[in-house]
Write a protein that binds this ligand. Structure first.
Ligand code: ZN
Length: 360
């Protein structure tokens, strides 16, 4: 795999040269027509095709930084750790219809063949399909684009889904540590998540037990996402948006107590992704709302006060409304979506109906 490292390093170097160039000459940014003089700027043995790929990635990285940080954007740096290739230079060749049936190729499912790397190099990366590969192959269309890193190749699939269900059962889902999911209707799922997380914390960092415990947590997250869809059979799920994890956000203040220290943003992200995917596979609509104050607002009278919440208990200082704090947050999340104050409205003509069947 020495070759792969060499190629990735060179690729990273070239991307950075392009970043430097486009950063200083923003008027030259145009992905459609990468003019030959620009593609020829870096002194490198990479092929013209790969240089083009690198130039496009440089433009993508600059754009992403500008979208994310606006005028505070700093020039991004490619670390030479990954490469994004598409069908223009890469092709996946299953070993079973491969001409060279070597002993080695029997151990793998396919080769990722990359032509025209440059320097007369051809790269063949041995691929062993992950169990998910077969699953997604059955339900989706594999796209001919790959992310290559020094340790693995990432595939992309386009999942072809049926039109979304049109029923009216909406559920609001709050994410927490006492239960991974607390629903507006009072049901809770993944109540053992706290145990899973504590188990990880007890293990020595990066020990064998640590990885076993982490895998167990991921599995519980996967199962919980499936359980909710199966048992609740909803038509639409609303969750809190996960964003603005940077400084100053109110979300951070809340998370530092509830989630940040316990579930961790990474697990939360993973959880939302799994839930979204289960929705996608089951034709359930998936929506997000702004996360602010969902845990401290009273769904009965509307008062928002931090002292409404006391640990796992919600008790409104104004009207005395009482509830489990997480379930209460689930109600607020759904309510926020239905009333459309912050989130998108959903089938306004049915709104009343929705409130009656789902809320409080
Ligand atoms: Zn109240």
């Amino acid at each position: 795999m020495l070759e792969l490292m060499t190629i990735l390093n060179e690729y990273g170097k070239v991307v950075n040269i392009f970043i430097q160039y486009f950063w200083n000459n923003p008027e030259k940014v145009s992905k459609g027509e990468l003019l030959k003089p620009i593609v020829d700027i870096p002194e490198t043995w990479l092929s013209a095709r790969l240089r083009k790929v690198a130039a496009r990635e440089a433009i993508d990285m600059i754009n992403a930084a500008k979208v994310r940080w606006k005028d505070k954007a700093v020039k991004p740096i490619h670390k030479g750790n990954r490469m994004y290739v598409s069908c223009t230079i890469a092709d996946l060749v299953p070993t079973k219809n491969n001409a060279y049936k070597t002993e080695e190729s029997r151990l793998f499912d396919a080769w990722l063949h990359i032509a025209s790397v440059g320097n007369k190099m051809i790269m063949d990366l041995p691929i062993k399909y992950h169990k998910h590969f077969n699953k997604y192959s059955n339900i989706g269309k594999r796209l001919n684009s790959y992310i290559i890193t020094k340790n693995y190749v990432q595939f992309s699939f386009e999942i072809i889904t049926m039109p979304k269900k049109e029923g009216l059962k909406c559920i609001g889902v709050d994410t927490g540590i006492n239960a991974l999911a607390s629903l507006n209707n009072g049901n809770q799922y993944g109540k053992d998540i706290k145990g899973c997380i504590e188990r990880i914390k007890r293990c020595k960092h990066k020990s064998k037990g640590y990885y076993v415990a982490k895998r167990a947590l991921k599995q519980r997250i996967d199962e919980t996402a499936k359980e909710i869809i199966k048992i609740e059979d909803p038509d639409l799920i609303v969750v809190e948006q996960l964003k603005n994890m940077g400084h100053k956000s109110k979300l951070k203040a809340r998370l530092s107590k509830n989630i940040r220290a316990s579930i961790g943003t990474w697990n939360w992200k993973y959880w939302l992704k799994r839930l979204e995917m289960q929705c996608e596979l089951n034709r359930v609509s998936f929506r997000t709302v702004s996360p602010y104050y969902t845990s401290t607002t009273c769904p009965a009278c509307g008062l928002t006060n931090r002292r409404n919440r006391n640990g796992e208990m919600f008790l409104c200082l104004n009207c005395g409304h009482e509830d489990n704090a997480d379930i209460n947050a689930g109600k607020n999340i759904l309510n926020r979506f239905l009333t459309g104050l912050y989130g998108a409205r959903y089938k306004q003509e049915n709104q009343e109906n929705l409130v009656v069947t789902n809320f409080l």
